[in-house]
Design a protein. Structure first.
Length: 96
């Protein structure tokens, strides 16, 4: 069983890395490359640039806050106000 697991790991590693031989750091480099490619796609750019991930994260969080609050556009404090309102509503319901 151990040999089968090791061989399976080797096979999957070769497929993931798209290379036959593993060198230290290959997984980190491949993950880094894939993440940067996806972030660049999200920004509709050919190549990742420093700061792109922060912009994507910021846009995504603001979009999620808008979905949560029902607002069309994000404004600073929307999340805090929504949480405050929900907590007060829950406390009021609990206390009767």
């Amino acid at each position: 069983v151990r040999t089968a697991v090791i061989e399976d790991l080797k096979k999957n590693s070769r497929e993931f890395l798209n290379k036959d031989e593993y060198a230290i750091g290959d997984f980190s480099k491949e993950i880094d490359r894939r993440v940067k490619d996806e972030v660049a796609k999200m920004r509709e750019k050919d190549e990742y640039e420093l700061g792109d991930f922060s912009v994507v994260l910021d846009d995504t969080v603001k979009q999620m806050v808008c979905e949560m609050t029902g607002n069309e556009e994000y404004q600073f404090g929307d999340l805090s106000n929504e949480i405050d309102q929900r907590v007060k509503t829950s406390v009021a319901q609990f206390c009767g």
